[in-house]
Each structure stands twice: as C-alpha cells, then as structure tokens.
Ligand binder design. Structure first.
Ligand code: FAD
Length: 390
C-alpha cells in the first residue's frame, strides 16, 4: 500500500524527477501535463552530474548529454531539453508513475494527500508571483556547423549559441520590445553564420520570477514554479534537480513525521529563498565580501572554539529534522565541511589549545593530517575558532 497519493502538475525536469523520487519512496504519483513545449539545446556545468547521481538518474544524463568546451573555456554538458524530459519521464514511468495528459485528467480520483506545482514559469498553483526586471528570450534553431558553446554580452542584450553537432540553438535575451522574427544581422555576424539559416522557435519570458509561497499547507512548488532564474545563469536544471531532492524529503516528513512539520516547511522555504536571494544579488551586481584571509596557523599558536550553534532543519536519511548547526558570520549555517561533522571542532578545542594538540586530537578521531589541518584553517577563516599567535 502506498504511503500516500501525490498529484504533480507539470512533467518537465522538476516534475518528472520529483515523481521518480517520490514513487521510489513508496508514494503513488500521478503527473498531469499540459503538453509539449518548444525544444532547444541547453547547457549546464559538468558538476551537474553529481546531482544526477544524487537523484539516481545518472543513466539519463549519460543518455542525452554530450560534453562541450565553451563559455570561456569551462566544461559543459549540452542536451536537448525535450530529450532530457522524455528520458526522465521514461525512467519515472518504469517505476510506476502515472503520466496523464491534462485533458484526460479526472479531478478527485484518487483522493490526493499532497500537491506539487511543477508547471514551470506558468506556476499555475503558486500565484501570486513576483518578477525582477522584464526580459524576453528569442530562441532560434539553425543547422549544425560545429559543436561548441559561445556567449556574447552586448550591454542591454546578450546572446548564446549552443551546437551539439546535430542542431544549433541561438538565444537572444533582452528587455521586452517588438522584434522581428529573424535573427538580427549583428548576432548572425557575431556567430559567423548567415541570418537566413536561423528560424524563430520560441519567444518566451526570461526574467527572474518567484512565488511568494513555495510551501503552502499541503502544496509545494518545485523548479521554475518556485523560482525561475534568468537564463543567463544556466542554473535552471541544477535548481530543478535540487528542488526535487528537497521536495521529496519535505513531502515525506510532512506526511510521515508530522511532529517535524515546522522544520520541514522552514527547510524548503529557506532553500528557495536562499537560491532567489543569491541570484538577485548576482543580477544587481552586489559584491560579496571575500572570506577573511587565514594568516597561517603554526603548531604552537593557540585556538579555541567560539562558534555558535543554531537549531537548523537538515535532511537526515531522507527526512527533515532540526539539528544544531554552526552559525557562520555571513548568516549561513552549516554542520558538515568536506564530509566532516563540524561538531568535532568544538570537541577538540573546547578550551584554549595549541594547533598541534588540536590537530593530534582530530587525527585520533580518524582524520588524515591534511584533513585536520584543512579543518582548522577553515575554522579560523570562518571565525568559529579564535586564533592567537604564540
Ligand atoms: C531561453 C531559455 C534558455 C535556458 N537555458 C538554460 C540552460 O542553458 N541551462 C539551464 O540549466 N537552464 C536553462 N533554462 C532554464 C530551464 O529551461 C528551466 O529552469 C527548466 O526547464 C525548469 O524546469 P521545470 O520542470 O521547473 O519547468 P518546465 O521545463 O517549464 O516544465 C513545466 C511543465 O509543466 C507543464 N505545464 C505548464 N503549465 C501547465 C498547466 N497549467 N497544466 C499542466 N501542465 C502544465 C509544461 O507543459 C511543462 O511540461 C533556460 C530557460 C530559457 C527561457
């Protein structure tokens, strides 16, 4: 018997991945979708593979993406969004997720325990919405010329080109205004291609947008329905996968451990707010303070743990629980650094102790000498260890 019935609106990356995770966690998932969207090539940094691994869908990334160099020399994965979504849906259907076209959906059958809005920028169940700037993306398709990725910034407009060796996508993003359906000659020239080769496939909203209520009773918003980045960031797929993981832990906690409901709601709302605040700071051009420079700690220098603990919701074995986490000077909280529980710092330096002694104690607890030194340096740089030169 299923742990509960969950209805997901929208079967894009966020919806199909959340459906896959929740179905495997013992829920019965029905996913309704409004139909096909335009197809285009997209790109994500190769680090996205770690997230595909975390959601158990590495096979999908391997099937649909190919590596390219570009955007200033970094390594990226390039994929057709339609192919990615189709492969995610196939995986979810194989574990029992029911995909129902919106026109065939009969409300009320079965009764629903939880709803998830994964309807992308439509955010059909997540109104009201807020936006930052107004931007429009014109997406063009052209025949392939050479695999690669390119980005050009021209002040109030910018454009990108993605070519996977089979087809080519060109996106032109800028403030809303009437534009022709042809690739503007200046961009065609910049990408060294004849303008007539490109045909317009979509004109869509591209501003940052978010719901004011990503968690509302027994409804969550995931992916673009929770927070949509400006495409310039190339963060949409990463956020969709991260939301799917977090939403799965949140739904499981709300339905199976109601005593932790407040921690679960706070966890999910904070995750979306942190993503939005970080992206909006980036769009406004805020300058982040560089971390304090570590002056270098010698063996006979004295350190002492001065960090503060704050009860913080975190995912533990697939559920959300409130646990103490270290409160950092920049407002973030963290419990783990490089896979090491930071509580160990409080244990080994609970009173003034030499760096050498703290390092020995960390090694006694199983850390390598390099990991122990790195953890002490991190603690000093973050201000959770006071440091006095001998
Ligand atoms: C021009 C452009 C370029 C981009 N390039 C990149 C990039 O290179 N890399 C990157 O990581 N991200 C990129 N993004 C962002 C990325 O595409 C999105 O963040 C990602 O697709 C969001 O996934 P999602 O599942 O939340 O939403 P979507 O992919 O939009 O899926 C929503 C689904 O819900 C369905 N739906 C909508 N309304 C309803 C309704 N009322 N009822 C039922 N179903 C509904 C839709 O049919 C769709 O299948 C780009 C975005 C734009 C606009």
């Amino acid at each position: 018997m299923a742990n509960g019935n969950v209805l997901i609106l929208g079967a894009g990356v966020a919806g199909a991945t959340t459906a896959w995770l929740l179905q495997r966690a013992g829920y019965a998932i029905t996913c309704i979708d409004g139909g096909a969207r335009y197809d285009a090539l997209e790109a994500a940094p190769v680090a996205i593979l770690r997230l595909f691994d975390a959601v158990g869908l590495s096979h999908v990334a391997a099937e649909v993406s190919r590596p390219v160099r570009g955007f200033g020399g970094g390594d990226f994965l390039i994929y057709s969004r339609a192919a990615l979504v189709a492969a995610l849906r196939r995986s979810a259907a194989a574990v029992g997720v029911a995909f129902v076209p919106k026109r065939n959906f009969v409300p009320g059958v079965p009764s629903i325990d939880f709803r998830i809005d994964a309807s992308g920028r439509t955010a059909a169940w997540s109104r009201p919405l807020q936006r930052f700037n107004i931007g429009v993306a014109d997406v063009f398709r052209a025949p392939t010329r050479r695999p690669g990725a390119q980005f050009i910034d021209a002040g109030d407009h910018w454009a990108y080109l993605l070519d996977d060796g089979q087809t080519r996508t060109i996106g032109v993003v800028g403030p809303r205004r009437a534009r022709s359906k042809c690739l503007p000659p200046n961009w065609a020239e910049a990408f060294a291609m004849p303008p007539a080769e490109a045909s317009l496939t979509a004109r869509c909203l591209a501003s940052a947008q978010w719901t004011t209520r990503p968690v509302d009773g027994r409804r969550l918003s995931v992916g673009d329905a929770a927070f949509a980045h400006e495409p310039l960031a190339g963060q949409g797929i990463r956020f969709a996968l991260a939301c799917a993981l977090a939403a799965t832990a949140t739904v499981r906690t709300l339905l199976e451990r109601p005593e932790q409901a407040d921690a679960a709601r706070t966890y999910y709302a904070d995750l979306v707010a942190a993503e939005r605040d970080h992206h909006l700071s980036y769009l406004r051009g805020d300058v982040f303070d560089a971390p304090a420079t570590n002056p270098g700690a010698y063996g006979h220098d004295l350190i002492r743990f001065v960090g503060e603990w704050k009860s913080t919701p975190m995912v533990v074995a697939g559920f959300i629980e409130a646990h103490p986490a270290l409160h950092l000077p920049d407002g973030r909280t963290t419990r783990w650094v490089g896979g090491v529980d930071t509580k160990i710092l409080a244990d080994v330096a609970d009173r003034a102790t030499t760096v050498a002694m703290a390092q020995r104690r960390l090694q006694d607890r199983g850390l390598s000498s390099a990991a122990a030194r790195a953890l002490i340096s991190w603690g000093i740089a973050q201000g959770v260890l006071s440091h006095h030169l001998a």
